[in-house]
Design a protein around this ligand. Structure first.
Ligand code: SF4
Length: 332
């Protein structure tokens, strides 16, 4: 580590002590930013732990929908972000595209009152609000199965947005039928109807990568995130959310080789001589990587100067319905 980085870290630490602020960092952040986090974790952990925290300011190092979720759940907190980086998956849907997805289902013969929407937490507040208004809820990759099981009890068709892969993977795990809007003709016949969004980072893993590692290291375990393509998840030994992947790998025998299909910064932090990145391409999330240590310092300084940068504001109506969708998940 060079002296400049250490100096910057010292200045950040001094400002954190002085200010009424909690620094929150997602697992996919750069190492030097992640190390500065008071609260770290995946999206669900961050949402829960930040709700329980009582600092006036939350400085959120992640992507925009995450900062929005904190603001929606805790409107009294002042949420600032070093970069308003937007997750490419969250950017694939907005409230207008959401309406189009509902219209496509209706056009296929499904009555609007028979649609129960579920949004992956990787969506912006306007989409969460639409879902909340239609009686639906949010899910994460850790709890998607529980949420879908609960939703199915209502006997409705599930509209799952925005990640088609998570929707398809959960459907496969639960023995349900899925269809993708715009790709499949028969929406009526499916239990889970998926919006056609995806994570560009998790699309980098392929069945060829899995075959390569299985051939090179017989007995290797393949673990992947459910944002990967269903063919990749089907060929894996374990599929789980970020926290579930970390636990699975930690519980393995240290001599067990494992190839991991998820974001690079996280896998790199877990690295041992037996841990491999399941891709020939470096699977870095560009938007998660936008936040630098310098950005973190500048944002803390802006709080000290009384002019916080990149503060998150959500209008009352959007906040109200997005909170209802998030609260329904939290209640489960
Ligand atoms: Fe979004 Fe994919 Fe980056 Fe996660 S890894 S923030 S889903 S683009």
């Amino acid at each position: 580590m060079n002296e400049t980085t250490q100096e910057l870290k010292d200045k950040i630490t001094a400002l954190k002590k002085k200010l009424d602020v909690t620094v929150v960092a997602h697992f996919y952040q750069r190492d030097e930013v992640f190390e500065m986090g008071d609260i770290t974790g995946d999206s669900l952990e961050l949402a829960k732990k930040t709700m329980a925290d009582d600092s006036k300011f939350v400085l959120f190092c992640g992507v925009a929908f995450m900062g929005q979720s904190v603001k929606v759940l805790s409107p009294e907190k002042r949420v600032v972000m070093p970069k308003l980086a937007c997750c490419s998956m969250a950017r694939m849907i907005d409230s207008l595209y959401y309406d189009d997805a509902v219209k496509a289902m209706v056009a296929d013969g499904i009555k609007e009152e028979n649609i129960l929407p579920i949004t992956y937490i990787n969506s912006n507040a306007d989409v969460k609000a639409k879902v909340g208004k239609m009686g639906g809820m949010v899910c994460t990759s850790s709890n998607a199965k529980v949420i879908i099981t609960t939703a199915l009890k209502e006997g409705k068709k599930i509209l799952f947005v925005p990640d088609r892969c998570l929707g398809q993977n959960i459907a496969n795990q639960m023995g349900l039928k899925s269809a993708v809007i715009g790709e499949d003709d028969d929406l009526v016949g499916a239990d889970i109807i998926c919006y056609n969004g995806f994570c560009a980072v998790h699309q980098l893993f392929s069945v060829d990568d899995i075959n390569f590692y299985r051939k090179k290291y017989p007995g290797i375990k393949i673990v992947t995130h459910p944002e990967c393509d269903p063919a990749v998840c089907d060929a894996s030994d374990f599929v789980g959310s970020t926290s579930q992947l970390i636990k699975y790998i930690a519980d393995l025998d240290p001599e067990q080789k494992v190839a991991v299909g998820t974001e690079f910064n996280l896998v790199n932090r877990l690295r041992s001589k037996n841990t491999y990145v399941l891709s020939s391409t470096k699977p870095e999330c560009p938007t998660m990587n936008e936040t630098t240590l310098e950005d973190l310092y500048v944002t803390l300084k802006s709080i000290e100067d009384g002019e916080p940068l990149n503060e998150i504001f959500i209008d009352e109506e959007t906040g109200k319905w997005a909170k209802i969708a998030l609260d329904r998940m939290m209640a489960l």
